[in-house]
Design a protein around this ligand. Sequence first.
Ligand code: HEC
Ligand code: HEC
Ligand code: HEC
Length: 117
Amino acid sequence: MRGKVVCGVAVAMLWVAAGMLGLSEADVDKGAEEIVLFGGERGRVPFPHHRHQEKLGNCDICHSVYAQQSGIIQELKEAGKLQKKQIMNKQCTKCHKEKRRSGEKSGPTACTSCHIK
Ligand code: HEC
Ligand code: HEC
Ligand code: HEC
């Protein structure tokens, strides 16, 4: 009887462990591959989300400032918790300029390369 219970517990633990391993890779919500951000009168800003994830390898570079939630940047701006252009200047353009300066492949820094009408 006792042997059977121990055995059952061991099987259950293996099953849970396998489930957790499966979770770590496939089930992380990476959000949309492409996102279109609100850019005011300059026009909207297409953002290749997964490409940045692959290139940068760290979600927190961006998401330490805003949650992993659709529309959150605009929500925080409207609530006065982010300034207009704050993400643009402190994340997007800042990083692109730094990468370019250090000779790495980078993203756009001209207004009309990001904002489209
Ligand atoms: C270079 C910046 C950047 C990086 C790095 C980044 N994200 Fe995002 N993520 C964004 C932006 C911008 C949004 C859209 C926010 C909005 O709509 O206001 C977003 C939105 C999301 C969303 C919400 C769903 C959606 O598609 O809008 C999820 C989930 C998400 N990201 C997950 C991740 C994960 C997981 C990683 C790391 C593997 C990651 N992100 C890395 C910038 C980034
Ligand atoms: C690397 C891409 C990128 C470049 C280059 C860029 N922008 Fe932006 N811009 C954004 C993003 C993303 C937002 C939305 C997030 C924010 O407000 O920080 C934005 C927001 C804005 C807003 C505020 C919109 C609003 O009403 O909330 C203005 C105005 C603006 N940009 C003007 C400009 C001008 C002018 C230039 C050129 C000097 C420029 N942008 C260059 C990506 C960019
Ligand atoms: C921490 C660095 C970093 C941040 C933050 C960042 N980018 Fe980039 N971005 C890159 C790099 C590196 C590339 C070049 C990617 C490649 O080599 O494929 C790039 C490329 C791009 C491209 C060009 C993709 C193409 O098709 O050539 C766009 C558009 C872009 N970024 C927009 C944005 C916007 C909008 C934001 C802010 C919401 C942002 N990026 C934030 C590093 C960054």
